[in-house]
Design a protein around this ligand. Structure first.
Ligand SMILES: Nc1ncnc2c1ncn2[C@@H]1O[C@H](COP(=O)(O)OP(=O)(O)O)[C@@H](O)[C@H]1O
Ligand SMILES: [Mg+2]
Length: 248
């Protein structure tokens, strides 16, 4: 791969030599073994690899929810290791949106209230938060479901709510962990189109962890991970289709 310089303005994420172990003694597992990873602004960067190879661990380190044992990591030119606890919490709250495989919506409150949460966390008044949440829901085509409970929505609709929640505070970094795994083909395509729009429109950095090859046609670049390392980066969508038989 051709690593971007650490200070490059187009380098949304630059990770070098990330190492991470879990557990102690006999139970110790070496999960990341010098992983290098870059993602640029405005692109859809895919991270693929077999179950257990370390994808979620790498994503969590980039999100600032987990610390690496060793290695370098800059996100938009900011060295995450140099942020203290409060700085890191602020970075996460303001700059990162996270979409999970299982949506992780709160079942007891409405869709609009779910989407408001990141704004309430970053100190917006409830009325402002609610208004912005409704506007965001309109963008993902769910204006008419704002007052429903999440459980009343289809899987595809719930994942779009989760995306609205991840985007409502306008984060620069959108991290998605197997966002289409629980969706059928049509809903999966709809979700991917939305992500692409988000990446292109706002120049956000979008990283998608997946092993759903129905979505590979949406990748601008693809990092292939195995056993704690990035083995190869495919820089060209045509190469991705050729190697992985994308059906999108
Ligand atoms: N908090 C943890 N404690 C111990 N082991 C963990 C923890 N998180 C992940 N692992 C282990 O690290 C390996 C990689 O996990 P993960 O990053 O979730 O892989 P992937 O997302 O590629 O499936 C797995 O063997 C997993 O069991
Ligand atoms: Mg995972």
């Amino acid at each position: 791969m051709n690593p971007a310089p650490l200070s490059s303005p187009t380098a949304g994420i630059v990770a070098r030599g990330l190492d991470k172990c879990f557990g102690e003694g006999e139970a110790r597992v070496h999960v990341l073994k010098g992983a290098d990873f870059t993602a640029r602004l405005g692109e859809m960067m895919f991270l693929v690899g077999p179950s257990g190879c370390g994808k979620t661990t790498l994503l969590s380190i980039i999100a600032g929810t987990l610390a690496a044992d060793a290695g370098e990591l800059t996100v938009f030119g900011q060295d995450l290791r140099k942020l203290g606890g409060d700085g890191l919490a602020g970075f996460r709250a303001q700059r990162v949106g996270f979409v999970f495989q299982q949506f992780n919506l709160i079942p007891t409150i409405t869709v609009a209230e779910n989407v408001s949460v990141p704004l309430l966390i970053t100190g917006h008044a409830p009325r402002v938060a609610e208004e912005r949440a409704r506007r965001m829901l309109a963008r993902v085509g769910l204006a008419d479901r704002a007052d429903s409970r999440p459980g009343k929505l289809s899987g595809g609709q719930q994942q779009r709510v989760a995306i609205a929640r991840a985007l409502v505070h306008e984060p620069t970094l959108l991290l998605c962990d197997e966002p289409t795994a629980a969706l059928d083909r049509d809903n999966g395509q709809q979700v991917m189109r939305l992500m692409r729009e988000v990446a292109r429109d706002a120049g956000r950095c979008v990283v998608i962890v997946t092993h759903d090859n129905r979505t590979y046609g949406y990748a601008d670049r693809m990092a292939e991970m195995e056993d704690g390392r990035i083995l190869r980066v495919l820089e060209d969508p045509a190469a991705i289709r050729a190697h992985h038989g994308a059906t999108a």
